[in-house]
Structure formats: C-alpha cells, structure tokens
Design a protein around this ligand. Structure first.
Ligand code: FES
Length: 342
C-alpha cells in the first residue's frame, strides 16, 4: 500500500477577507486597504508563518453585499464590517485584532451572537498564550525596517521591540518652487529614484501642452510603468484663451483628485501645480483641506512651479527654492537645448 504524508498546516489566528470585486467599492481602494493591513501586521510580526497569531488577509470576489463598501469580513469570528476606510481599518486592527474587542460602530453582520464567537484558534490549538500589548499607538505601527526574528515573534516583548524598531514613515508633500531652473528636473530625479524602487508613479502636467513630446515624456515611455497625463493648453502667457486655460486647470485638478484617491500610486508629481493656485484658478484653502482629508498617508506628492503660495509652503513637508545665478540665455543668448532643458 502506498501512503502519502499528510500536508501540515501553518497555524494562524484570523483570516480577513476584503471584497475587491468592484461593485461595493473601487478595487484599488480594497487593494490599498489590504496593503495597509499587511503593513500593520508586519509591524507586529503578524505575517510571520511561524506566528500562531498570524493574520491572513485575502482579496475576495463579491461577498454578496455589493453596497456600503469596502466590506471586510473577519473569521473565525464571523464579523462583517462595512465602510472600512483606512482610519476604520486601523481601529479594527487596534481594537479587534490586538485587543479582542470588535469595532461595533462598523459591524453590520454577525454570523454568531455577540460574545458567542468561536474560540480564538490559537486557544483551541493550545498555542502559546496570546500576549499582545494592551494599547499601542497605531500611528507608530508603520513598516519596520528590520524583520522580527522567527524565534521570538510570539512574545509581547518582541512585538513591542518591533514597534520600537519601526521607523516613522509618511507620504511627503514636496514642493519645488522658485525662479531658477530645475524644479521639474529635480522632481523627475525623484521619480527616477522611485521607479528604480519599483514604486507606482503618476505624473500630471497642469500647464504644459498636452501634445508636447518633451525628453522626459519620451524617457518615461521608454522606462514604462509611469502614468503620464498632460492636461494643460500651454503656458499662461502664451495662451490665447485664458478662460479655457482656467477650465483646463480645474479639470486637471479633478483628474488629480481622482488619481490621488484611486490611482494606487506611491508617488504622484503635480507638475506646474503652483500656477493655478497662484493665479487663483483654484482656491488654495479648499485644495489643502481636500488634500488633508483625502491624500493616502503613504502617497508622496511632489508639486512644482514658481510662486508657491505661503499656505502651500506651510502645509508641505519639504520645500526647495531654486534660485537663478547664471543662465545660458541671459548671459550668452543660448536657447534651450533638447535633451538638456526639455
Ligand atoms: S461587490 Fe463587494 S460585496 Fe459584492
């Protein structure tokens, strides 16, 4: 008789299902939530295969709700959450997964009566006692630079150590402004660096001609995996129809808003975006309030252009002013050259 060895199972504590079918929410949003949950789990050692408290997070086809998404289901608890924004997800992680107290405000379905949920699997399996910190500041639970050693993922000390080791990260607002050249060029340098790191990149040009084929656009096309969107009608001082320019700038901002929320980017360059703000085509306070409320926390946003409004400078994390010291055209009458200036 031939016998076959049974497969052995990697134990885990909970399984999380996130619907990304597309009717209850944009699949990109569900994917962003999955990434954030995995970041949090990694910060706490909860993705390690050897950790009996491991959390599995899976994107799932339609869960049969199709409204009020994102929908997130937690098993074995049999608890279903609706309208799971990133902030709600962090509360679910903190309260439900770390402290064992489901987040009542977003539960819409329970497979079992409250308090009668199946016993937590590591308890059933008699895995080492579940020791998790009483209360941890989720804001500090960003991806740790170091990997938690396999041997000590099961202890609260190891979890706390992982959190201590976690270096704070955030998606930066970067502004390149000033009269000198190099604002967009410097942004493109960051873009190249991000591309080298396999980050997802978008570039949205507010005022450059949508039919232009500058060297950087050709380069991005050759590099691949960079979304390049041109929406302007040329420079303000060469435009024949200012109303149309204004309308296009506003239209470009609506595209930018959509890309910021749903683009799934790690880095988005808003090239020449200071001009619609400076000229008042867009209300700076409304723009900043919108960014404050909607920019994904880990999205890096680079804004270029002269005349950056003070509000934007105050709002940004990194601001650089380009200052002209010498220019080949001013001193020698040498015009812009392909491959160097465009
Ligand atoms: S599409 Fe998400 S639950 Fe049906």
């Amino acid at each position: 008789m031939i016998t076959t060895a049974q497969p052995s199972m990697r134990p885990y504590g909970r399984q999380v299902l996130l619907c990304n079918h597309g009717d209850c929410v944009d699949p990109a949003v569900a994917e962003g939530l999955q990434r954030r949950l995995m970041e949090l789990c990694r910060a706490y050692g909860l993705t390690k295969l050897q950790n009996p408290h491991r959390i599995k997070c899976t994107l799932a086809d339609c869960l049969g709700v199709c409204q009020k998404g994102p929908i997130l289901a937690v098993y074995p608890d049999g608890i279903w959450y609706h309208s799971v924004t990133e902030a709600v997800l962090e509360q679910i992680f903190q309260r439900h997964f770390l402290q064992g107290q489901p987040l009542e405000s977003h539960i819409f379905h329970r497979l079992y009566p409250a308090g009668s949920e199946p016993v937590y699997p590591p308890t059933v399996r008699h895995d080492p006692a579940r020791v998790l910190p009483d209360s941890i500041n989720i804001a500090s639970a960003v991806v740790p630079e170091e990997v938690i050693p396999d041997s000590d993922v099961q202890t609260a000390d190891a979890i706390r150590a992982a959190v201590r080791r976690a270096k704070k990260k955030k998606g930066l607002i970067i502004v390149n402004t000033g009269e000198g050249k190099g604002k967009t060029t410097a942004a493109l340098g960051v873009m190249t660096r991000a591309w080298g790191r396999k980050m997802r990149i978008g570039v949205l040009q507010f005022l450059k001609n949508e039919h232009a084929r500058f060297g950087e656009i050709k380069a991005a096309a050759r590099m691949g995996d960079i979304d390049w969107i041109s929406t302007g009608d040329g420079w303000t001082w060469t435009s024949d129809n200012l109303d149309e320019t204004v309308a296009k700038a506003r239209h470009a901002w609506s595209i930018a808003q959509e890309r910021i929320v749903h683009g799934g980017y790690d880095l988005l360059l808003l090239d020449e975006f200071t001009y619609p703000l400076h000229y008042g085509w867009l209300d700076i306070n409304e723009v900043l309030a919108w960014l404050e409320a909607n920019k994904p926390p880990m999205l890096h946003l680079i804004i270029t252009g002269r005349y950056a409004p003070q509000n934007l400078i105050d709002f940004a994390d990194l601001v650089t002013e380009m200052r002209a010291i010498k220019h080949p055209f001013a001193e020698q009458g040498i015009r812009a050259q392909a491959g160097i200036e465009y």
